[in-house]
Design a protein around this ligand. Structure first.
Ligand code: HPA
Length: 258
């Protein structure tokens, strides 16, 4: 049996390229994995890619399910539970996010230091299986400080600017209004997006450590003058993929040695 450390990576919108950089790749379409939630809305072409980065065994989820597609909170976290079952103890969650903090710029990578759950949903709602995790899991180090320190060190070595910020999760799919963005800034959010938080909750519940990386694909509504279009989010994602892939590589090697 392989006892190497396993690290999970979830790739967000427009950020799929890292999966193609893995060594010794094996791909499985989500549809072939028993129990994986069927796409109810958009034809979601997701796949699980396993392979290696240096000495580390890595499992990448390329494509995630969102609440706005009509999935339940339990369904959007199915992949996280699958990673746990496959022995993953450390997971890196990536996403595309709108920048609320005025110091940010499109194309920037930001470590998630904490989150605000405005989804009105939690993947742990319902009866609890005490053998899987606690009824009331602690969330005070939801994005592990130790992992963030490693990411900062590796970003510095690569010459990448890496800020930290609080991620607010909203249900979408409509983008926010300028008033909603002013509200989010007031309550302490630096980033806004429509994913990640259910996965972070489920991962912490299952005893995994989480590193969260947002790619600021656009400044949030009311900050930038032009209207928000999803294509811009995807295009900007495409531009930062190289930086993100180098950071992921470096961080994974460090995590596997930790
Ligand atoms: N708002 C919400 N989600 C997003 C955004 C945004 O501006 N950009 C990318 N994902």
């Amino acid at each position: 049996m392989n006892t190497d450390p396993k690290i999970g990576v979830v790739l967000g919108s427009g950020l799929g390229a890292f999966a193609e950089t893995l060594c010794c790749r094996a791909e499985t379409a989500y549809a072939e994995i028993a129990g994986w939630p069927r796409s109810t809305a958009i034809g979601h072409a997701g796949k699980l890619v396993s392979g290696r980065v240096g000495p580390a065994e890595v499992i990448v989820l390329a494509g995630r399910a969102h609440l706005y597609e009509g999935y339940t909170p339990q369904q959007v976290t199915f992949g996280i539970r699958e990673l746990a079952q496959r022995g993953v103890r450390s997971v890196i969650l990536t996403n595309a996010a709108g920048g609320i903090n005025l110091n940010y710029r499109p194309g920037q990578l930001v470590l998630i230091s904490d989150h605000i759950n405005l989804l009105g949903a939690n993947p742990l709602t319902g009866p609890n299986d005490d053998s899987a995790g606690p009824r009331f899991p602690d969330m005070s180090d939801a994005y592990a400080r130790a992992y963030r320190e490693i990411a900062h060190e590796e970003a510095a070595k690569l010459g990448l600017t890496l800020e930290e910020g609080v991620y607010a999760a909203v249900p979408g799919p409509s983008y926010e209004t300028p008033a909603e963005i002013r509200y989010l800034r007031t309550i302490g959010a630096d980033l806004v997006g429509m994913s990640t938080v259910p996965e972070t909750i489920a991962a912490n519940y299952l005893g995994m450590k989480v590193l969260g990386i947002s790619c600021v694909t656009n400044m949030a509504a009311g900050v930038q003058r032009q209207k928000l279009v999803h294509n811009e989010v995807l295009e900007c994602g495409a531009r930062v993929q190289e930086a993100l892939s180098s950071l992921l590589n470096a961080v994974i090697i460090r995590l596997s040695a930790a």
